[in-house]
Ligand binder design. Structure first.
Ligand SMILES: [Mg+2]
Length: 147
């Protein structure tokens, strides 16, 4: 696996990855992971873009810095939804999307630090949930898991 953390720190490393495509892909077959599909960014593109504004500090400090940021942004989302659900504030989807984006940035930079790919994390998460809830979520299955 290429060192995502170091690749994203080097400008030319990014270009190199873009030209090569992803590990296991066949660049000759037209797979270009930096090409947007329907105008949307994919996880890999996002990880590279997020790294551009990440503070370049040693890995151990990155984990602490970004984990603290993740907790802080989680609090912002929770506080915003508290105001919507209990204080009568109207839901501003742009505001919510902005806060979720802040969370995503911290998740991406933590993943970068650990050389993890968000698309693989997403795949694994969905596979886990398919096994846990093969027929979709059910309270019964949730209760069964608790004991
Ligand atoms: Mg925020």
């Amino acid at each position: 696996m290429p060192d995502l953390y170091n690749l994203t720190r080097r400008r030319w490393g990014r270009v190199s990855v873009a030209r090569r495509g992803r590990p296991g892909s066949n660049p000759g077959a037209g797979s270009n992971f930096l090409e947007r599909i329907d105008g949307f960014m994919n996880f890999y593109q996002y990880q590279l873009a997020a790294e551009r504004t990440a503070k370049q500090i040693p890995k151990e400090q990155r984990y602490v810095n970004f984990a603290m940021g993740l907790a802080g942004e989680t609090g912002e989302v929770v506080d915003y939804l508290k105001k919507v659900c209990f204080h009568g504030h109207p839901l501003d989807k742009n505001k919510l999307a902005e806060e979720l984006g802040d969370l995503l940035w911290y998740i991406a930079t933590i993943a970068n630090t650990a050389d993890l790919y968000l698309d693989r994390i997403a795949d694994r998460n969905i596979e886990k949930l398919k096994k846990r809830y093969p027929e979709g979520f059910s309270e019964e299955r949730s209760r069964e898991r608790a004991y």
